[in-house]
Design a protein around this ligand. Structure first.
Ligand SMILES: Cc1cc2nc3c(=O)[nH]c(=O)nc-3n(C[C@H](O)[C@H](O)[C@H](O)COP(=O)(O)O)c2cc1C
Length: 534
């Protein structure tokens, strides 16, 4: 095997991003495939037969510097839907698409592989996820079952990798899999299951999780050494790689391809591109520049606040005022955590004191709605990029999207705003907006406040009158799309920024769930994005 070849396929680079990290949505997979030449192996998130939502948040925590513990819970859209999504993207020919799959027995694994067969260059068998009761490591414990699973997927005729758990007997698992005809090995999956607590409470909703990143580097090196003693098959390594030194050390013990996952925490897409480029040149020239891109300060630690006021504004809307301030910039957001109840992201309506506008949607926000004065609430953050605009700005907000806009009004001199909601009760903080904005236009669907109709109905009129240089939109996707369309007729599209409620679950770009249709991850690339990024 030459440097940039895997089996008979020429690939553009020897790097990969391991399963379940960053490129978990196909839009991100496609973007990375087309924009990062150093990545030659594209590994998908683990796909099962049926759709799975996965665990409720928190799904990830910072375990130690550059190390994480996660229990995402194998969330995936199911094999059929994933095949449909893969059929809509373009992956260049010089990439090896390794589809990670899981199941509970050989029949299930085979069915998933058959469903995804047309798109795969190879399959990676996830028999190593350490925090599931039904899949992953519990399957990997049974060596004969591993053999049967490997054999049934191998017989489909595409190269099969098994992904090794460092928590089981590595040698035995590999022997069974080699007998079954596997083509390669991916190692290692996360260490665990382990428990991680804060203030005496388990952080992950699943309680137990798997450890990744720097904390498992030594374990990874030990595993690869053991694996190399028993086989010459290609090895894709992942486990705590941060820079060129780690890659060299893994190479020394026998790895062929190099997956970097946890080290990408907090990096936006541009930084990931630069990171891989630097890593590659570091290896050629003996430099050590890639590590400069690692983000040490991720704001993952929880801070304990207390509720000062919980004001009910409407049946499904309330305002939480906390007992302290938060240093934050317009455009950023936080996660609120109630131990053993859950965690969700929220915009910062106001930061002095910290104030959150919350709509009751599900069980977690229902729990928040019950909080009383003095009750504790844990927060982590802020996340997302501060958005700085310098010039006349029009803020356009609908529903709870209003919450992301007030800090812009408070911090800038020349802002105008159009805010809309169903009725007057759903339009909070109006007095504050009025005093911070040069002009405020309101819209309600029932006509109780401002004009009767949608926030976008009179948008063009307001734009013509106020002549903004920038527009900042936040609200439900249909509102934002209409706003962009109308604004683009009058304002340079490069100066229109929008934030839509994407499914943000980790805040540091690792889980990839907040990907836009263009492959940007809202939490690290936004949250306010340009039109061509949404
Ligand atoms: C958020 C997150 C999600 C993951 N999801 C999966 C997964 O779905 N399937 C899998 O085989 N491994 C999964 N892993 C494990 C990684 O693929 C990888 O084996 C591990 O993180 C070690 O690499 P690293 O130290 O570079 O992160 C996940 C890891 C993280 C941090």
């Amino acid at each position: 095997m030459t440097k940039n070849k895997i089996f008979n396929k020429e690939i553009s680079g020897t790097f990969s991003i391991p399963s379940g990290i960053v490129a978990t949505e196909v839009s991100t997979l496609e973007k990375i495939a087309n924009e990062i030449p150093e990545i030659g192996i594209l590994t998908t998130k683990s796909i099962g037969l049926e759709p799975r939502e996965g665990n409720r948040e928190p799904i990830i925590a910072e375990y130690a510097p550059f190390s994480f513990i996660n229990a995402v819970g194998l969330s995936n859209p199911g094999a059929k839907e994933f095949a449909k999504r893969l059929s809509k993207i373009n992956i260049p020919n010089n990439k090896f698409l390794l589809i990670s799959i899981f199941g509970s027995d050989e029949k299930e694994f085979r069915k998933v592989a058959e469903t995804l067969y047309d798109y795969a260059d190879g399959f990676e068998l996830n028999i190593s996820c350490p925090h599931s009761d039904k899949y992953g490591q519990v399957i990997g414990q049974d060596k004969e079952l591993v053999g049967r699973i490997a054999k049934s997927v191998v017989s489909l005729g595409k190269p099969v990798f098994i992904k090794i758990s460092p928590n089981l007997d590595v040698k035995e698992t590999i022997r069974w899999a080699i007998k079954a005809g596997i083509a390669g090995i991916t190692a290692i999956n996360t260490r665990g299951p382990e428990l991680y607590s804060h203030d005496g409470y388990p952080v992950l909703s699943n309680k137990k999780g798997g450890v990744s990143g720097k904390a498992i580097l030594e374990l990874g090196l030990k595993c690869i050494k053991e694996i190399r003693k028993i086989t010459n098959l290609p090895i894709i390594v992942c486990g705590g790689i941060r820079g060129a030194e780690d890659v060299k050390n893994y190479k020394k013990v026998g790895a062929d391809f190099f997956g970097i996952g946890s080290a990408l925490a907090g990096m936006n897409t541009e930084k990931i591109k630069e990171y891989f480029h630097n890593l590659s040149t570091d290896l050629e020239r003996g430099t050590n520049n890639a590590e400069r891109f690692l983000k040490e300060k991720l704001n993952m630690e929880y801070k304990k606040y207390r509720i000062d006021k919980n004001e009910r504004l409407a049946e499904d809307l309330f305002l939480l005022t906390l007992n302290n301030n938060l240093e934050t910039e317009p455009g950023q957001f936080i996660f609120a955590w109630l131990p053993e109840k859950g965690e969700k992201p929220f915009s910062v309506l106001d930061n002095e004191p910290l104030t959150l506008l919350i709509r009751r949607r599900g069980c977690f926000t229902t729990e928040l709605s019950k909080l009383k004065e003095g009750d504790p609430l844990y927060l982590r953050g802020p996340y997302g990029n501060p958005l700085k605009v310098d010039g006349k700005t029009l803020l356009v907000g609908g529903g709870t999207g209003i919450a992301a806009l007030y800090l812009f009004a408070k911090r800038s001199k020349e802002t105008f705003a159009v805010l809309g909601a169903n009725d007057e009760n759903h339009l909070p903080y109006i007095k504050e907006f009025k005093s911070a904005c040069k002009e405020l236009h309101l819209a309600t669907e029932n006509g109780e406040a401002g004009y009767k109709g949608l926030v976008t109905d009179k948008l063009e009129e307001v734009i013509k009158k106020t002549q903004p240089e920038f527009c900042i939109n936040c609200g439900p996707e249909p509102m934002v799309k209409t706003a962009i369309q109308k604004e683009s007729k009058h304002v340079n599209p490069e100066k229109i920024y929008s934030s839509v409620d994407f499914l943000t679950r980790c805040g540091i770009g690792l889980c990839g769930s907040c990907a836009t249709s263009k492959g940007f991850r809202s939490c690290v690339d936004g949250t306010f994005l340009k039109n061509n990024q949404i």
